[in-house]
Design a protein around this ligand. Structure first.
Ligand SMILES: Cc1ncc(COP(=O)(O)O)c(C=O)c1O
Length: 350
């Protein structure tokens, strides 16, 4: 086995969701109205001007996806074009330049390929997390957009976001803080949305929950989303529902799960406002979904000063969430036929 092919000696099954430095990252610069070609680099530091708009005015956005080794040994991304579309819906909202598709996907593919030894093997339950980011750099002081931008992609091997591997049961606590205003930036993957959530997460953890759950900020009534995941609910009258809200991040995982629920499980699906307090007694199962969370069933929710247990999640083996988890992860791992064409195989050049 050549060096290029040999894997790092990591305890793949023990990985958490933490940064591990890999060998290469990709960097491209936008200046004078155009992108340069960009290249792989080894330096994990970014040297930027102290006045850079990304530092002061949070002029930045990012994406997150995973590359997985499939059963046949391919390394695949999951629907990366949707991440590209989402970054390019966020960028103009923050007056940042669009990232061309070839640059976005090319940079990701090159970075994954160059870090082959860091890609977790099939069956380990781990993945290579891919973090594309777009930041406003260059000299600046006043509140105005940057004139120069860096698009960077780095990767890190990761294990499950919530501590147990497989389908972890989590708990959520309704936050006293709002995450996003109705016409704000909640539907964009802007770093600015997350800083305000750090305290909400800390408070949620303080009462024993894994994460904060946000209700809509106009009425404090309808479910928006969790700190880093969207919400799906299976009701006692057998509907598979998810919140419609202009203030939540349009999750690629959620979109896929909704499609699987409708097509593979023949469930009646609905995207509509969900009133937590008045509809809770009709909930059978609830889960948080996202690239990092995958599909994590919610065992209980804290609201109105007490815990509320989710009835249907007690027997998680026969649950709808378990079936959906197995379908989604089965496709991602190449164990179930990818009839929707969701996997994007990376040419490893080996
Ligand atoms: C706030 C928020 N909601 C939802 C998601 C899930 O989105 P996706 O499924 O595209 O990863 C994420 C994570 O990316 C997130 O940060």
């Amino acid at each position: 086995m050549t060096d290029k092919l040999s894997k790092k000696n990591l305890s793949w099954t023990e990985l958490g969701f933490n940064y591990i430095r890999t060998d290469f990252r990709y960097s491209a610069i936008y200046e004078n109205g155009e992108w340069n070609q960009g290249s792989l680099i080894e330096d994990d530091q970014i040297l930027i001007h102290e006045g850079a708009p990304t530092l002061h005015y949070a002029q930045q956005c990012f994406e997150g996806m995973k590359a997985l080794t499939t059963a046949s040994g391919d390394v695949c991304l999951f629907r990366p074009s949707l991440n590209w579309e989402r970054m390019n819906s966020t960028a103009p909202r923050l007056l940042m330049p669009a990232v061309p598709r070839e640059l976005f996907l090319g940079a990701i593919e090159e970075t994954v390929r160059a870090n082959y030894p860091w890609i977790p093997p099939y069956g380990s339950g781990a993945a290579l997390y891919v973090r594309p980011m777009l930041i406003g750099v260059g000299e600046n002081l006043g509140l105005k957009p940057a004139e120069k931008y860096e698009f960077r992609v780095f990767v890190s091997p990761v294990g499950p976001y919530y501590k147990d591997s497989g389908m972890a049961m989590i708990s959520l606590a309704v936050s006293e803080f709002d995450r996003a205003a109705p016409n704000g930036t909640g539907k964009y993957k802007a770093g600015a949305n997350y800083a305000g959530g750090l305290l909400a997460t800390l408070n949620a953890q303080g009462i024993g929950a894994n994460e904060a759950l946000y209700l809509d900020s106009a009425n404090n009534k309808f479910i928006d989303e969790a700190g880093s995941a969207n919400i799906v609910v299976f009701t006692k009258d057998e509907k598979f529902i998810t919140p419609s809200s202009d203030a939540i991040l349009p999750s690629i995982t959620r979109r896929s799960i909704m499609e699987l629920a409708e097509i593979e499980l023949n469930l009646m699906t609905e995207e509509r406002p969900i009133d937590l307090r008045s509809e809770f007694q009709n909930f059978s199962e609830m889960a948080a979904c996202g690239t990092a969370a995958v599909l994590a069933p919610v065992g209980k929710i804290w609201f109105d000063e007490k815990w509320h247990a989710m009835p249907g999640n007690e027997n998680s083996d026969g649950s709808v969430m378990k079936k959906l988890y197995e379908l989604l992860v089965g496709i991602q791992r190449g164990e179930i036929e990818d009839k929707y064409g969701w996997l994007h195989s990376i040419n490893l050049g080996l």
